[in-house]
Design a protein around this ligand. Structure first.
Ligand code: 13P
Length: 254
């Protein structure tokens, strides 16, 4: 019912030429793919060149990893949503835990960015997720609730068609320690319930919730077999064409 999404967050990796090469490999690997949306998020510097290199009738969609919440102005170092559209992006990742933790992004700022991105015509991949400390001290559900409710504040049900959620437990990012399929399902079904409360049941049933945090070729199938896991936001393994191709070709058959 929900078309799965496999997305690669390249983080701060790849020069322009390297990005074009990897994007082309990903695009080639989608030729035989059916029923899966594929998104890649190269660094800002490579976006327009990757957009040019991807076949116009191809299957790979382009995302940025961040944007600012204003249309233009004196915001040195920031990138406006419309600039990303201009560079060929259809999506933007917002609220990644690295932005929250290393760059101090608040739920409020992420919400403003979400509105600005949607207003510019981008689709948003909104990341949420608890730290290990929050999980171990029993605050996981509270954190997910705050991040979801505040991140999506003021959006209409129609705008939710343009939003994808990514549950990325911080303790599983870049650590090789993945949430078990059961842990992912528990968080995803909780978040879907939250969205039903914030909007309504049809919205919650339509929204795609991706899992992120050390997704690899050898664990993607188990994660994707969960009822509420609608895809993956892949970091490290998205930098290797073969690994990412295997992840795109996940199999939920036993
Ligand atoms: P890893 O797959 O490297 O753990 O990164 C996950 C992530 O942060 C994707 O946004």
């Amino acid at each position: 019912m929900r078309t799965p999404i496999i997305a690669g967050n390249w983080k701060m990796h790849k020069t322009i030429n390297e990005a074009v090469e990897l994007a082309s490999s990903v695009s080639d690997a989608t030729a035989v793919l059916d029923g899966v949306e594929v998104i890649i998020a190269p660094p800002f510097t490579a976006l327009s060149r990757v957009a040019e290199a991807l076949p116009a009738d191809g299957r790979v969609q382009l995302a940025a990893q961040n944007c600012y919440c204003e249309g233009q102005g004196a915001y040195t170092g920031e990138v406006a949503p419309a600039m990303l559209v201009d560079a060929g992006c259809s999506h933007v990742i917002l609220g990644h835990s690295e932005r929250r933790q290393l760059f101090g992004e608040s739920n409020e700022l992420i919400n403003r960015k979400t509105h600005a991105a949607l207003d510019a015509g981008l689709r948003v991949i909104l990341c949420i997720g608890e730290t290990l400390d929050e999980r171990e001290s029993g605050r996981m559900f509270e954190v997910l609730k705050d991040q979801t409710a505040e991140g999506l504040k003021g959006l209409t049900p129609e705008q939710m068609d343009q939003v994808v959620i990514a549950y990325e437990p911080v303790w599983a990012i870049g650590t090789g320690r993945t949430a078990s399929a059961d842990q992912a399902e528990e968080a995803h079904s909780f978040v879907r319930g939250l969205i039903a409360g914030l909007f309504d049941k049809p919205v919650s049933e339509k929204v795609r919730i991706l899992y992120g945090g050390s997704v690899k070729p050898d664990n993607v199938d188990g994660l994707m077999a969960q009822q509420n896991v609608d895809g993956a936001l892949v970091g490290g393994a998205s930098l290797k064409a073969d690994d990412f191709a295997r992840i795109m070709n996940f199999s939920v058959e036993a």
